[in-house]
Design a protein. Structure first.
Length: 125
């Protein structure tokens, strides 16, 4: 079924090794779906995964200035949070505000680090 194939590909694109991940899930797919995967090369899958990752990060940063500032200020912390988000939340959002909102909800649900809050107390009124 097309939905099963799409889910398998989306999960593979979020994996550290997309080709290996797709190979593991291929056995659960129908024979027709496995046939469609026969033309998918591991290098093309890796490049696609990088492009999807890049676009999702760009959508997050464009959808929330605080995320853009966080990535600039502490790229390691941002990418650590993103690496947890990527496989947990499917890449189904198109608009930057939607992707940023999903990332914000993910961070809040795990109680993990997020973008730094603006300083309080001495801010000009």
């Amino acid at each position: 079924m097309l939905k099963d194939l799409q889910r398998a590909i989306l999960r593979a694109l979020a994996a550290d090794d997309p080709a290996q991940a797709l190979g593991r899930t291929a056995a659960a797919l129908s024979e027709d779906d496995r046939g469609h995967l026969a033309c998918v090369g591991p290098d093309g899958l890796r490049i696609t995964a990088r492009l999807v990752r890049k676009q999702r990060i760009e959508r997050i940063c464009r959808g929330g200035d605080d995320f853009s500032a966080w990535l600039q200020a502490d790229p390691e912390a941002f990418l650590t949070a993103y690496r947890a988000y990527e496989p947990a939340v499917p890449a189904t959002r198109y608009f930057p505000s939607d992707e940023a909102q999903a990332f914000r909800k993910f961070l809040a649900a795990r109680g993990g680090p997020g973008p730094a809050s603006p300083p309080r107390g001495n801010a000009p009124a």
